[in-house]
Design a protein around this ligand. Sequence first.
Ligand code: C2O
Ligand code: CU
Ligand code: CU
Length: 494
Amino acid sequence: MNRRTFFYSCSFSAAAVVFTGCDKTSKKSDKATSVIENTKNIAIDNFEPFTQKLKIPKVIDFEHIAKAKFNAQKSLFPIYDGKKTDVLTFQDELPNPTIRIKKDDDFELDFINSLEKPTIIHWHGLLVPQEMDGHPKDAIATQMTKEYRYKINQRAGTFWYHTHPHGRTGEEIYYGLSGLYIIEDDDEKALNLPSGEFELPLIIQDRRFDKEKNLIYKETPQDNNGVLGDVIIVNSTPYPYTNVKNTKYRLRILNGSSARTYKLAFEGIEDFMLIGTDGGLLEEPIIVKDLLIAVAERIDIIVDFKDKKVGESVTLKTLGFKEASNFITNPAYPNFGAKMDIMRFKITELSTENSLQIPKKLSTITKMKASDASKNRVITMEIIEGGIWTLNKKPYDMHRVDERVKLGSTEIWEIKNSAHMAHPFHMHGVHFQVLERTSSIDFPTDKGYKDTVLVMPLESVRIIVKFTIPGLFVHHCHILEHEDHSMMANFLVE
Ligand code: C2O
Ligand code: CU
Ligand code: CU
């Protein structure tokens, strides 16, 4: 397809997306809540879950193209079949494309901002020069273009991209501006993990819709503590199903929600295998029965449908994670503790390839030791007067340097949460390891490289991080409404 035609023939005429914010009363009734308790959680009347087919993002593969183009724009797209709603996209459709690129290859993308306000793309989890990272101060004005050019200089893994304008990241991601970014390398290829039709990308997000099936964002002041929705979409499809064979699948899962932490489990399958985290593969697989995934985290898992017969199905769901918060969120929507269905796998075909084994040794992770660190820092997570979420009690200022770090040094950052709500702490431009945490909750993902770590209520988590890229980067809470107001800070590596 001719890209240029594709971009410019599509409408900017889409009826203006109305971001009215907080003027709606919570009219949703307790109905939503009670349906959730029955784990049916269908907010829209007459919608049957597991009837819309899972959409698989199209792939932009840098093995076959040299350069891509993204144009952040308003689009009309049917999240619910047959009913278009106002969304934001990079290529006029949802889900946005998945980027696939190999280690050592060159990434080239021209980004055009066709929104009304400045914005910028950030490559979450990528180790790229500061001017390519998508710092909020680098937002480009409407109708401007930014050229992204960088080399992939890190091992294989599942990453993602999203816009990152100061104060509007939550809204832009909510309406659609995010996608997956997969890096491959020869070491991982050699493992012969499930691939092709047996590798599925799943972007899980909770959303709110009005009766006309239009997306709605913030409605009440409580939503500033985190927007929780009552409809789960996967790859922009509400409660989808997908047909599978009775064999092993690799699922690359991203929690692309605003605030919700999921405790994932499969109804009908006892356990599954965690093989990778934010920063790529673990050293060895870990067998789990359920797994927490906070906002912005990625998990790479293997699920095996081998014991299922054709005609059976398996539901991916969240068991609820009430430990994440006793903060007041909008009562019209299911809180952090809610159990909800997510999607369904329908076993429709016998597989001929049941023999594929997952290797016991996946990769090598060099453990960083506390004694490698030349400095300790404390970052506090607090809510201050006026209900403003902060790091170290300071609302974010794009131009203030909050932490100065020596290039090449290793540091321990102690992230101290004094709030009764869990916060996923994220850093740009680095991958870190978790040294220890004070709560007793088990996070198997702590064993891998991370760029985002969930810090539980009143918990301290100590992470160790080596700073290898010079420049100004941000660290922030990845609950989108918190990072927007104003739980973010700058660190300068020099
Ligand atoms: Cu997903 Cu500042 O990042
Ligand atoms: Cu990031
Ligand atoms: Cu937070």
